[in-house]
Design a protein around this ligand. Structure first.
Ligand SMILES: [Zn+2]
Ligand SMILES: [Zn+2]
Ligand SMILES: [Zn+2]
Length: 85
């Protein structure tokens, strides 16, 4: 079974950055946090979860993406964000 990112339609993991650059929150557009911009350094040149390179955007459902609103991991935080592919 291969997983495809529904934002950019790349097969995951993908070395390419995701094409989705922002999220919507309460009518506002907020830029996503790129891999490598997190406070915590994952210590790898590619995201181990979705495969994106340093400076690239994570792919759909990546469990290492940080929420730009609260700073928590976006898949567990309570912010009601919608991705804007
Ligand atoms: Zn993607
Ligand atoms: Zn990722
Ligand atoms: Zn959040």
């Amino acid at each position: 079974m291969s997983i495809t990112c529904s934002f950019c339609h790349e097969k995951l993991p993908s070395l390419e950055s995701c094409t989705c650059e922002s999220i919507h929150y309460c009518g506002e557009v907020v830029p996503r946090i790129r891999f490598g911009e997190e406070e915590y350094d994952w210590g790898t040149s590619r995201c181990r979860s979705c495969g994106t390179h340093r400076g690239g955007y994570h792919h759909e459902n990546c469990n290492r993406e940080i929420c730009p609103l609260c700073g928590e991991l976006i898949h567990i935080c309570d912010c009601e964000v919608t991705f804007d592919p």
